[in-house]
Design a protein around this ligand. Structure first.
Ligand SMILES: Cc1cc2nc3c(=O)[nH]c(=O)nc-3n(C[C@H](O)[C@H](O)[C@H](O)COP(=O)(O)O)c2cc1C
Length: 172
């Protein structure tokens, strides 16, 4: 079983666009974590901050193929207040047993991916096999696209697992 599923959470659309690009290039299915309570307006943004600062698990629903059916799941999420975005925290906690082998992509303005990666490793009880982060500028101007595609290539069967890259990602 070499199948790969991408699961993203996106508040303002950036991570979703990156996830769609990865999926369309590799022909992989995409699932999405959705907020049960919409985050529109200033109140919604404020809740993003609080969810992160208090490490809360906001209510979410998942729309997409069952992660249990896939060998590898690529988790894609924005960084909020130097941490994993709350809705992805909720998803990982609720599906922990189904996420046997994960890779992680963070999107961010500039910093915080290493904290998200450490939190995911702690919740899952094992390190992701591969991790990387993309800034909103790299996503908007396309300068991160080649690195994104290369990330996907490294998950393909026969490709060696990338511990050196993971160590680099942890240092971000
Ligand atoms: C509440 C909030 C907090 C954020 N905190 C950070 C941060 O600590 N570090 C950072 O680099 N970017 C931060 N950002 C920027 C987002 O991580 C970035 O814009 C991301 O690509 C948004 O993804 P999305 O459009 O898929 O929601 C924050 C954005 C929001 C809304």
């Amino acid at each position: 079983m070499d199948s790969i599923l991408v699961v993203c959470y996106s508040h303002t659309g950036t991570t979703r666009r990156l996830a769609q690009l990865l999926c369309s290039h590799h022909g992989w299915p995409l699932g999405e974590v959705l907020d049960e309570r919409p985050r529109a307006g200033a109140g919604g943004t404020w809740r993003c901050f609080l969810d992160s600062m208090l490490r809360r698990h906001p209510e979410v629903r998942y729309q997409g193929p069952d992660p249990e059916d896939f060998h590898t799941v690529v988790l894609m999420s924005p960084i909020w207040v130097y941490r994993l975005a709350g809705p992805m925290r909720s998803f990982i906690a609720s599906r922990r047993n189904a996420l046997r082998r994960v890779a992680v992509i963070s999107t961010m303005g500039s910093a915080g991916a290493s904290n998200a990666l450490a939190e995911i490793a702690q919740v899952l009880g094992r390190a992701p096999i591969l991790a990387d982060a993309f800034t909103t500028r790299e996503i908007a101007d396309g300068s991160g696209t080649a690195r994104l595609i290369a990330f996907g290539d490294r998950l393909l069967p026969g490709s060696a697992q990338q511990q050196p890259e993971l160590r680099a990602a942890v240092a971000m």
